[in-house]
Write a protein that binds this ligand. Structure first.
Ligand SMILES: [Zn+2]
Length: 495
């Protein structure tokens, strides 16, 4: 009797397996808590479903197996559809009909059958348990993966008086193209934004290029003030997890901590946290959890219904993005002592929530390149207006803070073939209250050096500047494209 009750859990175990499987597949972007919502929604539904099936099919073994059968079908339908789509037979109308008829036939003969299915139940029970255990052990393996050791040699003590420590704001505008790239790709002149910042005292380098073309390489490189040495394969889960660890245990945060700073950072759905201490996290609107739930549902037939009726929802994104700009001006009042604020804002990065005047766009997931460009540009304009407003508030403070605004890369990875360099043209602006940076000293700046420059100019450290290099990934290996880029006309000013 007791065993029978345990066996009844089988459909739930299958549901748990599929959720854990999808979690495992996206481990680098998810946190453990993201599992809770899917479990809280899916387990009760499967349970209720099994009870209903149990009322229809009186035989216990048969009712458990039928419930499991439908649970599996629910989770494999979309992946199967996607595979079949390549063979032109994956249209939902046809496939759903085939599935429906086949399941009816299977269930009909199954119920009518005089055979004893206890063995099948036991075997499938063992299979689902093994699958769950396998996935859990893989998750725990990757979670405990050894981190690349931080370069402790880079940790220097500040040599200025403690009372002269200023607050430091590091604002990453994800995918904000540099003024050159905006002109080249979007035919848009953004020099007004640059000039507004210059008038407020910002230094904007003549040429600013990114070192890498993706967030997952740029951010760890910026925060570790160095190039990424290890082999990197964007398809490999292990690479992505190592990168995540490089961000969590990074040199820049460590330097600030060692010198008595408090670390504050803002949340976004990439979950790239610059510290293991989540005490001072801002703006966590749990986009990750909602996104994971949506991702799971997008992998089930609910997706078909959903895409017909529901239009999606930008509100957690709107809240998250605006929260950063609303909170930043007040942090110095909230925290005693010097603060280092790392605000990685997914703007003007996709999804395109805002139009240029700040109104919220209708929900949209599919767009042409032209639509993408125009939505991107619109969101960039609004982002710039938010930045100017924020900077004005920060500069009104006494003493004035140090501000570094930069983008990680440009959204033009497909353009790297022509190597004209614009795909590396990113945005960077430095505000050092007591120091005037000169174009002659930094004719070209790349993010790998930004914190070396920031520390040297404001805190009396003596970091060597690294040679500026740009990398693309080819055949899962870094390819240095610096010479090609710099020998090109576009960047003939740079030696
Ligand atoms: Zn990015």
């Amino acid at each position: 009797m007791q065993l029978n009750k345990i066996l009844k859990l089988q459909p739930i175990l299958f549901a748990i397996y599929f959720v854990i499987f999808l979690y495992n597949e996206n481990l680098d972007e998810l946190i453990f808590a993201d599992l809770l919502l899917p479990f809280a929604v899916i387990i009760p539904i499967v349970l209720l479903f099994s009870i209903v099936i149990g009322l229809i099919i009186k035989n216990d073994t048969k009712s458990i197996l039928s419930s499991s059968f439908f649970t599996i079908l629910f989770f494999v339908y979309i992946p199967l559809h996607n595979v079949l789509y390549e063979f032109q037979i994956g249209r939902h109308v046809i496939l759903l009909l085939i599935f429906f008829i086949c399941s009816l036939i299977v269930i009909f003969f199954f119920i009518k059958s005089k055979k004893n299915f206890d063995k099948l139940l036991q075997i499938s029970y063992v299979i689902v348990l093994v699958l769950i255990i396998f996935n859990i052990s893989e998750i725990s393996f990757y979670s405990n993966i050894s981190s690349i050791t931080m370069n402790e040699n880079l940790i220097q003590s500040f040599s200025i008086n403690k009372q002269d420590y200023r607050d430091v704001y590091h604002i990453i505008l994800d995918e904000h193209a540099g003024t050159d790239a905006l002109q080249q790709y979007y035919n848009y002149n953004n020099s007004k934004f640059d000039n507004s910042l210059r008038n407020m005292g910002f230094f904007i380098p003549e040429k600013s290029l990114s070192n890498y073309l993706s967030t997952y390489l740029a951010i760890p490189s910026i925060l570790n003030m160095d190039y990424i040495e290890q082999e990197f394969d964007p398809q490999e889960k292990e690479s992505n997890i190592l990168v995540d660890k490089m961000v969590r245990n990074n040199v820049v945060t460590k330097i600030f901590e060692e010198n008595g700073y408090q670390i504050i950072y803002s949340y976004n759905e990439y979950n790239l946290k610059p510290t293991n201490n989540s005490a001072h996290e801002l703006c966590n609107t749990s986009i990750g959890s909602t996104q994971f739930m949506t991702f799971i549902l997008d992998n089930t037939p609910i997706f078909i219904v959903q895409s017909l009726i529901e239009q999606g929802n930008y509100s957690p994104f709107v809240q998250n993005r605006l929260c950063v700009f609303n909170e930043l001006p007040f942090l110095d009042e909230e925290f005693l002592g010097p603060i280092f604020v790392h605000a990685h804002v997914l703007l003007p990065h996709y999804p395109f929530i805002f139009s240029s005047d700040g109104s919220i766009n209708p929900y949209q997931t599919q767009m042409t390149r032209d639509e993408f460009d125009s939505l991107y540009l619109s969101q960039l304009m609004y982002t710039d207006s938010l930045v100017l407003e924020l900077v004005e508030k920060l500069l009104a403070k006494e003493p004035q803070p140090i501000i570094l605004i930069q983008s990680d890369h440009v959204d033009r990875q497909e353009e790297t073939d022509n190597s004209n360099g614009y795909s590396f043209s990113n945005f960077a602006a430095y505000y050092f209250p007591n120091v005037e940076l000169k174009t002659n000293d930094y004719p070209l700046l790349t993010p790998v050096n930004s914190f070396r420059i920031l520390f040297n100019n404001n805190f009396g450290t003596n970091y060597d500047l690294l040679e500026n290099k740009m990398y693309v990934i080819e055949d899962n290996k870094f390819k240095d494209v610096t010479t090609t880029l710099i020998s090109n006309n576009t960047f003939n000013k740079i030696d």
